[in-house]
Design a protein around this ligand. Structure first.
Ligand code: BGC
Length: 340
């Protein structure tokens, strides 16, 4: 395994941004930026002598700073939405930044995706760390976070999230990579299998209501592999809320998802110890130039964001995201690639 760290650019404020590259003997290579602990590229050998970059992204720091799509980024302190940008904890009310209408999204006005982290090489990969100070975006407690990206010789990219706090606080870390197994174009012909017989009902603004709905007999049934586009245009109230799939699936266990493209022959399996996964078909990704000048847009990728369910602080019955003072949180998600 070769790990190298080279300069990538500078932020508007003049901070240096580094790119770490992990490459295995088989030729799979992953680039991680210390800006946002962001996966900038995932290049997978296609078995025909080429490599497909299956992750959407930008060539410049400016792209990441300007972009609103969280491409490839580590999301925190709390991924996805918190209704009314408010929660109560230990009898106290906390007000967070409202950056998505009345709600709080992906950590607020300046989430973990918009900071330069400390990055260093570790065996098999790269570790990115940052300290989120007490009160950042309204959250209580100083949170120490390390996200470690490792690549195996059999083409599995693992992300390990570790966090520790000095005061009770909600934490829900995820990665927001937009996957397209052809390297670009529509994602609607990719097939997807999800190990989930329930998903979180969304209310207005894609905010979970706290209810779970059965996938059975709905466009949300991916228990057998199905093209993402097959039912995405169905006249279904849940699909109308977010203009496509933008829902947290309640995972049954075993591999959470298998994504496959017949065009490239690439398959990606997602494994996680987390109970939920946001399936987001890039519905709100406004057209913009990405790597190599290629234009990216809606439905050109799918995000498979492993997580605790959104709005869990306000939904009784969802697994709690509260990390207690002095405790260490460790979770792991793995994206495994194969050729079929
Ligand atoms: C959310 C979308 C949101 C997107 C932003 C996803 O995780 O579920 O609703 O628009 O992130 O890129």
């Amino acid at each position: 395994m070769a790990v190298t760290i080279v300069p990538f650019g500078r932020t508007r404020a003049g901070e240096e941004v580094l790119a770490g590259r992990i490459e295995n003997a088989a030729g799979m290579a992953v680039t991680v930026l210390d800006y946002g602990a962001t996966i900038q590229s995932v290049c997978v050998p296609d078995g025909r002598g080429g490599r497909v970059d299956v992750a959407l992204g930008y060539d410049t720091v400016a792209g990441y700073e300007a972009g609103d799509g969280y491409l490839g980024a580590t999301i925190g302190r709390v991924g996805n939405r918190i209704g009314g940008a408010r929660f109560s904890l230990n009898g106290e009310e906390y007000d967070l930044a409202k950056n998505d209408g009345e709600n709080h999204l992906h950590g607020g006005l300046r989430g973990f995706d918009k900071y330069v982290w400390d990055m260093k090489a570790v065996p098999g990969g790269l570790a990115c760390s940052r300290i989120s100070p007490d009160g950042e975006e309204g959250y209580p407690g100083t949170l120490e976070v390390t996200v470690t990206f490792t690549l195996s010789e059999d083409d599995a990219l693992a992300i390990t999230y570790e966090a520790r706090t000095d005061r009770d606080t909600p934490v829900n870390l995820t990665n927001h990579t937009y996957f397209n197994l052809n390297g670009g174009g529509s994602v609607l012909d990719h097939t997807l299998r999800l190990a989930a017989h329930r998903f979180c009902e969304n209310g207005a603004g894609c905010l979970p209501t706290g209810r779970m709905l059965a996938v059975e007999g709905t466009p949300f049934d991916f228990r057998r592999p199905k093209p993402i586009g097959r039912d995405i245009g169905a006249d279904d109230p849940q699909l109308r809320v977010g203009g496509g799939y933008d829902h947290s699936f309640d995972l049954d266990g075993g591999p959470a998802a298998v994504l496959y493209s017949a065009q490239s022959g690439l398959e990606m399996t997602v494994e996680t110890d987390l109970p939920g996964m946001q399936v987001y078909t890039a519905n709100f990704l406004s057209p913009r130039p990405g790597k190599g000048g290629a234009v990216m847009g809606p439905r050109e990728a799918v995000c498979l964001e492993t997580q605790l369910h959104p709005n869990a602080m306000n939904c009784w019955g969802f697994p709690s995201p509260v990390l207690r003072a002095g405790k260490t949180l460790v979770t792991r998600t793995c994206y495994r690639f194969a050729r079929r």
